[in-house]
Ligand binder design. Sequence first.
Ligand code: KIV
Length: 268
Amino acid sequence: MIANKKTISQILAKKAQGAKISMLTCYDYSMAKLLSNTDIDMLLIGDSLGNVKLGFENTLPVTIDNMIYHAQAVKRGNNKALIVCDMPFMSYEISIEDALKNAGRLIKEGGANAVKLEGGAEIADRIAAIVAAKIPVQGHLGLTPQAINQFGGFKVQAKEKDDQDKLMEDVNALEKAGAFSVVLEAVPQDLAAKVSKETKMAVIGIGAGKYCDGQVLVLDDMLGIFEDFTPKFVKKYADLAGTIKKAVNQYIEDISNATFPAEENIYK
Ligand code: KIV
């Protein structure tokens, strides 16, 4: 392990000190390499790659082999951040054995440091087994995109008292199963604040307000690359889609008027 590689103890120490934890999704070598020049704490090979990189309507078609392929590329580009890899839909639902085998592949073949699973008490046995196999686990509660067919759309979760109580039960189940962290997606800020206060796990919010222990965003959303759909919780830090389109149009124009290649681009 390299000297400045981020560790789970450092992530948890940040929570203990009240220092905020930063996380972004990442799916390929070039972005991972760029991000190795930043101080980002965690990189997530999210199954959101199904939407933003593979053009699927949702994350359900993503396979364990897709995840391994992208994790390997990220790993080659970044030796600094803690690398978490999503377990895709149906890679952990069937049995403990299946969950263990697939989590193991993300670590052994993909090079991830931890895995992320969507769900609460109903998957606590699988999380406990994965943790017992020495694989760190991050949970994911609230809006869990793999349950899109049950939710019937992407909307704010746990607005009612009963749903908030259930979410707290799930948080406790994940903590008891040994998860070191949990992503909370699209839940009211007050609920996320309560979770962050009451659990030992590092709570990483996405659309969960500002009182979480840290924040995560989809890289292509925050850089303004992905234009299909932008949730309310996304802050766009750049307009790379605009920059890319402008650059490509300039390139086409330069070819048309023969100003590219210029003298400095030509071998003599
Ligand atoms: O797949 C993903 O990108 C995620 C984040 C939205 C947390 O799970």
